[in-house]
Write a protein that binds this ligand. Structure first.
Ligand SMILES: [Zn+2]
Ligand SMILES: [Zn+2]
Length: 425
């Protein structure tokens, strides 16, 4: 069996057909199976029905991505070894590193926040960069390791949880609030993080996933098992290969599922849990700032009012959007999409798909406030002189952000098109 195929090609003739006519691809947003012609370098292929990006063909996808991933790893080491910020209040000095925040959160008894911050700023970005560098390096070897396809599948799976860019915005908000009461010295870790964010963004923008999968195919590093060959054409959720396999994807080994399993029920359940936490997240205090022996607990909205009171309205608008508008947008938006899908609505499919894409991409930005609380808790620890304590509202808020993120990941937008009778299956 030849590893190239419009579908998973069974014969060299089919493989030749792919070279001439291109590959089949299922649109992840609307479910339309269409043939992607061989693309010139730099070209972008859009879905002919819902305009989703199906593929961006890059120049030198392996070399550039590898260089950027290795640069990212070096910057990671720098960011976590250099000093983060130094704070002086009334002659007292406190130095921190990036790990001080999660450590202090754990000491304050909010280990849930500690884990959330550790996973999104350390574990996920580091795992993603290392896995990517490992796959790209492994591909160059004379005999590439067999498990590369599994590792590359992880890269896609981890991506949404790496939030360096959101953390940096949290650093900026925390810094702005701190300079009002303290002298703050920014350490090398902040600059390393800035450079790391740019390296990761650049690595993402030059990465051509399909080209890497094709490279792995050429080297024979694929799952290769084709159990139950002969089912209907179905796209793989993980690597995008369209095949007739019924159990596991012959390229990346992921389970073949025509649609995300129990998508609507799961999304409803996660949304309900998120909505239940929404009220405590907004009513309970997210942190308490003690300054010169006095202090009061403040809520998410209180934080926005403080920024407004200090005349920092662009920052206040940003935090209001990320912490208050985005969670409501996600809860209301996903509920609307769920109801319209269940009712089999046939109108505005492109618009609803676009709403889904927006909800799915902005969700992570709500973590700004969680990061800001982690940073302030780490930095401001000077007893009655100046201290910041995390509040239980922050745990509820973090819960809302994570639950709604998982909810939007478990919603399958293709079901909207199925329900409207657009996909014949
Ligand atoms: Zn589409
Ligand atoms: Zn696959």
């Amino acid at each position: 069996m030849h590893p190239f195929g419009g579908i998973w090609a069974a014969t060299p003739r089919e493989a030749e057909a792919v070279a001439v006519h291109g590959r089949l691809r299922e649109c992840p947003d609307c479910g339309l199976i269409q043939r992607l012609p061989p693309l010139p370098r730099g070209a972008v292929a859009h879905c002919s029905r819902c305009n989703a990006v199906l593929r961006r063909r890059r120049t030198d996808p392996v070399g550039r991505s590898l260089a950027l991933a290795v640069t990212g790893l070096l910057l990671f080491v720098l960011a976590f070894s250099l000093p983060f910020m130094d704070v002086q209040v009334g002659g007292r000095d406190r130095a921190t590193t990036l790990l001080t925040g999660p450590f202090e959160l754990e000491q304050q008894g909010v280990w849930e926040l500690s884990i959330a911050v550790l996973v999104t700023t350390l574990v996920a970005p580091l795992a993603r960069l290392s896995a990517l560098a490992y796959v790209l390096l492994g591909m160059q070897l004379r005999r590439p390791p067999r498990h590369l396809y599994t590792v590359f599948r992880w890269v896609e799976w981890i991506s949404p949880w790496a939030m360096i860019e959101v953390f940096l915005l949290g650093v900026f908000v925390a810094y702005t609030r701190l300079v009002a009461i303290a002298h703050v010295e920014v350490g090398g870790a902040v600059f390393a993080l800035g450079a790391l964010m740019m390296a990761m963004a650049a690595a993402d923008s030059v990465l051509d996933h399909e080209a890497i999968w094709e490279g792995l195919e050429r080297r024979g590093v694929v799952a290769g098992r084709v159990p139950g060959h002969g089912g209907p054409l179905c796209g793989c959720d993980s690597c995008g290969l369209v095949s007739r396999a019924t159990l596991a994807c012959p390229r990346c080994g992921a389970h073949i599922r025509p649609r995300k399993p129990d998508s609507l029920t799961r999304t409803w359940a996660l949304l309900a849990a998120g909505a239940a936490l929404y009220l405590p997240a907004n009513i309970l205090p997210v942190m308490t700032v003690v300054y010169l022996g006095r202090g009061a607990p403040s809520t998410i909205l209180g934080g926005v009012q403080e920024l407004l009171g200090a005349g920092m309205w662009p920052l206040a608008a940003l935090v209001f959007f990320a912490s208050i508008t985005v969670p409501v947008l996600k809860l209301v938006g996903l509920t609307t999409l769920l109801i319209s899908t269940r009712r089999g609505a046939r109108t505005r499919l492109r618009e609803r798909t676009l709403i889904y894409r927006i909800i799915d991409s902005v969700g992570r930005w709500s973590m700004i406030d969680v990061f800001m609380i982690s940073i302030l808790t780490a930095l401001v620890r000077m007893g009655a002189l100046a201290s910041v304590f995390p509040g239980v509202g922050a745990v509820a808020f973090c819960g809302v952000v994570i639950l709604t993120m998982v909810a939007s990941q478990s919603f399958d937008p293709r079901l909207m098109w199925d329900a409207a009778g657009q996909n014949r299956r």
